[in-house]
Design a protein around this ligand. Structure first.
Ligand code: NDP
Length: 265
């Protein structure tokens, strides 16, 4: 059968790597791409979480799925994990760079360690993983790279200068690489969610409560207020957009930053 010829499973037979696939937005993306028929490699640092999502997609979507330990900032483990993933499931024709961290600090109190850590995980991690898949995608004449950026890739926000800088870097990489690869059959796009209901937002709420002494309800309301629809985005909404960008029919969409933020930007 031709790759993806089954219209209900248009990614059938294609291998997708998702970083940070063990929870939150990454786990929702794993379920969506498996529903579309892709075989999955889930990468991250928490083995049990990755194994649990891999088992879930194998059972519910009848696809192949493996978990691989990776710290996306470590070039050697990244290379090793992609080599092992290719040996197991063939070259990755889809890559979702989702692994990321968030953190806040007033600029005057921001130290170099905070700045470097944000840039390392969010921007350099995206660079290191993307480098591992381009040759295989080029040889196949087909590929999809989707970077999970943020609304903070599109505009600034007070107290998150390092996070916003790292996500702006992801978007710069996305737009430039899309042009560089425009004639290869590979598309490179970014999705830019607003505050999304995951552990990351729960940590942000805890942080506001501990730093300001405000109630949890107040802290949550402050985050929700940034969205004109006055709600948190659900991980499945981000996953559906990633799934759409990965479809064979999305071949002309490249170099884009798709915001999923209720009209915030
Ligand atoms: P979570 O904190 O729930 O998940 C983050 C994921 O990234 C985890 O699976 C984690 O896995 C992985 N990760 C973190 N650091 C590393 C590392 N060094 N190496 C490998 N994996 C790593 O957050 P979300 O699901 O909310 O975030 C996913 C992405 O979405 C991030 O890039 C984030 O910036 C972005 N985003 C999130 C928004 C939100 O409001 N939630 C809004 C906009 C963008 P493990 O710890 O096991 O390694």
């Amino acid at each position: 059968m031709t790759l993806g010829a089954d219209t209900r499973r248009p990614l059938h037979g294609r291998h997708a790597v998702i970083t940070g696939g063990g929870r939150g937005i990454g786990a929702a993306i794993a379920l969506e791409l498996a529903r579309l028929g892709a075989d999955l490699t889930l990468m991250g640092r928490t083995r049990e979480a990755l194994e649990s999502v891999a088992t879930q997609v194998r059972t519910t979507c009848a696809v192949r799925a493996c978990a691989r330990f990776v710290d996306v900032t470590d070039e050697t483990t990244v290379r090793g994990a992609f080599e092992a993933a290719t040996d197991a499931l063939g070259p990755a024709l889809l890559l979702v760079n989702n692994a990321g961290i968030a953190g806040s600090a007033p600029f005057k109190r921001m130290d170099l360690e905070h700045w470097r850590h944000m840039l390392d995980v969010n921007a350099t991690g995206t660079f290191l993983c993307t480098r591992q898949v381009i040759d295989g995608m080029t040889a196949a004449g087909w590929g999809r790279v989707v970077n999970v950026a943020s609304v903070a890739a599109l505009r600034g926000y007070a107290y998150i200068a390092a996070y916003a800088a790292s996500k702006h870097a992801v978007l710069g990489l996305t737009r430039s690489l899309a042009l560089e690869l425009a004639r290869t059959g590979i598309t490179v796009n970014a999705v830019c969610p607003g505050y999304t209901q995951t552990d990351m937002v729960e940590r942000a709420v805890e942080n506001i409560v501990s730093k300001t002494g405000r109630s949890e309800a107040d802290a949550r309301a402050e985050l929700t207020r940034t969205n004109p629809q006055a709600r948190l985005i659900q991980p499945e909404e981000v996953a559906a957009t990633v799934g759409w960008l990965c479809l064979p029919t999305s071949a002309s969409i490249t170099g884009q930053a798709i915001s999923i933020a209720g009209g915030e930007v």
